[in-house]
Design a binder for this molecule. Structure first.
Ligand SMILES: Cc1ncc(COP(=O)(O)O)c(C=O)c1O
Length: 382
């Protein structure tokens, strides 16, 4: 689908004079993010669709060269295979609705599944009787601490239980594999090495030769207040850690969501009203800003402010900044960004705040609460 394309954000604002929030796609940033993984990750990256399933974003990810997808529900499998029939989907959720593994296998050719309990393994083996066709990843819990959002208290088991499950997978005639997730927005490359050590324990205890390792997602986006290490540190650490497993040729996967889409989307918002140091925007926590409210999430999106001069020309609003409380447009008191935002002292209603790196867990989780919903997308060259 062709969408309006502009050379710069100034040109977009000046042409559209947007009253409602706008999602601005930057193809060059999607490309750069994908190339980072395709060129330097020592295995196959799958895009974790949940981070942003908007069709225009999926197209960007596909055009950037990603062909494997972490689809964690039948709905995501269907969405991806309908849009990209040649895509390879991996059903990487450890708990699936009844019958959904069977449908993914029979209708869409999915052969990779995850389990972290006997119950889910039994269910999977029951739904797909030809076990030799499937690869079963046992999900291990990773050590907590390196990431803003942990993903190991709900899913994942310990090396002892993991070893037992691996042996059951082999006994059933399926291909054994292991996965983990170090948590999202992981700021410590060492977390991956720690998790690989847990993998080693499960392998040693089971005596099973695994056929693949999937190190999950977690790679960070460049948010404010977060010190994001260079990506090569992650890839080097992962490579070194995996070498110590001494399984030559072990197929390796990762499941980046945030890292593939965050930087490719900016949201152009408008200041609707101001009361001293309180600003009211046309977007808020029931819209694109939900993730900022998650417990432990202490990052903010980088922002740039634009204003219009007397001639209507759009230009950056510079000058001294100060902290503002920033509210969303709904009637709910909770619709407020959790931390004050540093913005120019002279900001006024009608000005625009462009929030960058907003491609992940924004569009995916927004609501229609209170009648606020806009789905305008544009493309930016710059
Ligand atoms: C199983 C799984 N894989 C991948 C991801 C993507 O993680 P991230 O966006 O941190 O890369 C998630 C996020 O919830 C997940 O649960």
């Amino acid at each position: 689908m062709a969408i309006p394309r502009f050379a710069t954000v100034e040109e977009a604002i000046s042409t559209l004079k947007p009253i409602e929030p706008i999602y601005a796609l930057q193809p060059a940033k999607f490309k750069a993010a994908a190339v980072r993984f395709l060129d330097s990750f020592p295995g196959t990256p799958m895009y974790a669709v949940k981070a942003n399933p908007a069709p225009l974003v999926l197209d960007q990810v596909w055009d950037a060269g990603i062909r494997h997808f972490d689809t964690a529900s039948l709905g995501e499998v269907r969405m991806i295979k309908t849009r990209f029939p040649d895509a390879v989907c991996h059903f990487m959720a450890p708990v699936r609705l009844t019958g959904h593994a069977k449908a993914a296998f029979e209708d869409f050719g999915v052969t990779d599944f995850v389990v972290d309990s006997d119950y889910e393994l039994d269910k999977l083996l029951g739904e797909i009787p030809d076990h030799s066709k499937i690869r079963v990843f046992v999900r291990l819990a990773a050590a907590l601490g390196g990431a803003l959002l942990e993903l190991s208290s709900k899913f994942g088991t310990n090396p002892e239980e993991g070893a037992r499950l691996l042996k059951r997978v082999v006994a059933a005639g399926a291909k054994p594999a292991i996965t983990f997730h170090v948590g999202s927005q992981c700021l410590s490359s060492f977390s991956y090495a720690q998790a690989v050590e847990i993998v080693r324990r499960a392998i040693d205890r089971s005596g099973v030769k695994i056929t693949a390792l999937d190190i999950g997602g977690g790679f960070p986006a460049p948010y404010l207040n977060n010190d994001v290490p260079p990506y090569l540190w992650y890839f080097d650490t992962i490579r070194e850690a995996i070498d110590t497993l001494e399984i030559p040729g072990l197929p390796l996967y990762c499941e980046p969501g945030r890292a593939l889409v965050a930087e490719g989307v900016s949201v152009i918002t408008q200041v609707v009203s101001r009361k001293n140091d309180r600003l009211y925007l046309n977007d808020g926590t029931y819209g694109s800003f939900d993730e900022l409210t998650l417990p432990g999430f202490d990052a903010d999106y980088p922002n740039r402010v634009f204003t219009r001069d007397a001639m209507g020309r759009v230009m950056p609003l510079a000058g001294k900044t100060k902290p503002y409380r920033v509210y969303g447009p709904t009637c709910d008191t909770l619709d407020v960004l959790p931390r004050p935002q540093m913005l120019p002292e002279s900001i006024t209603p009608g000005d625009f705040i462009v929030f960058d790196a907003m491609g992940a867990y924004t569009v995916a989780v927004r609501t229609t609460f209170n009648g606020f919903w806009n789905d305008t997308w544009i493309e930016l060259d710059g």
